[in-house]
Design a protein around this ligand. Structure first.
Ligand code: HEC
Length: 150
């Protein structure tokens, strides 16, 4: 019965298959990295303020309630596109003011509505945060989130 899979044959399938898919995996990893550096991320506008804004985001653990580009908690709205929802593409100053007003108005105390704490951020922190959210809104996410509300 020459069609039977021999031990050597099985081993070759195993090693060959593993090597083949490992090579594909490496190729995809390299491609993701390349895509991130050249297409999805705009490094030229990645300023100090954007980096500081990301620290404000991390220090205050906004991600404990919010998601950003789908990552995080689902208690509160997605914020990767909040800049766009605030009209920041056409009116960046307006979006910045809206964000500041929102942060200042928290918590609303409205009965039956989920609440967001007051973080007492400084004006500098708020500006950095706005820069971070504006920059994040420009990342090419391949249409994530699927709808405006996140
Ligand atoms: C304890 C949970 C919690 C944390 C932590 C939190 N938020 Fe929120 N956030 C909420 C909730 C709940 C809402 C929605 C409130 C509403 O609609 O009345 C919200 C809404 C928002 C909105 C408005 C979103 C929209 O679509 O209009 C912004 C902007 C925002 N949060 C920014 C932040 C930032 C920046 C941080 C970190 C500094 C943060 N949040 C941390 C709970 C949280």
């Amino acid at each position: 019965m020459s069609e039977r899979l021999t031990k050597t044959g099985a081993r070759n399938v195993f090693y060959g298959g593993s090597a083949f898919f490992f090579a594909i995996f490496l190729g995809l990893t390299a491609h993701s990295h390349y895509y991130m550096r050249t297409v999805s991320t705009d490094e030229s506008t990645l300023t100090e303020a954007v980096a500081r804004g990301k620290h404000v985001w991390e220090k205050n653990a906004c991600i404990n309630c919010h998601s950003i580009l789908g990552e995080g908690a689902y208690f509160a709205p997605e914020l990767g596109n909040v800049w766009v929802r605030y009209g920041g593409r056409d009116d960046p100053d307006g979006a910045r003011e809206t964000l500041k007003a929102w942060m200042a108005a928290m918590p609303t105390g409205i009965e039956g509505r989920r609440q967001m704490p007051q973080f007492n951020l400084t004006d500098q922190e708020l500006d950095d945060l706005a820069d971070f959210l504006e920059w994040t809104s420009r990342i090419k996410t391949q249409k994530w989130p699927p709808n405006d509300a996140g």
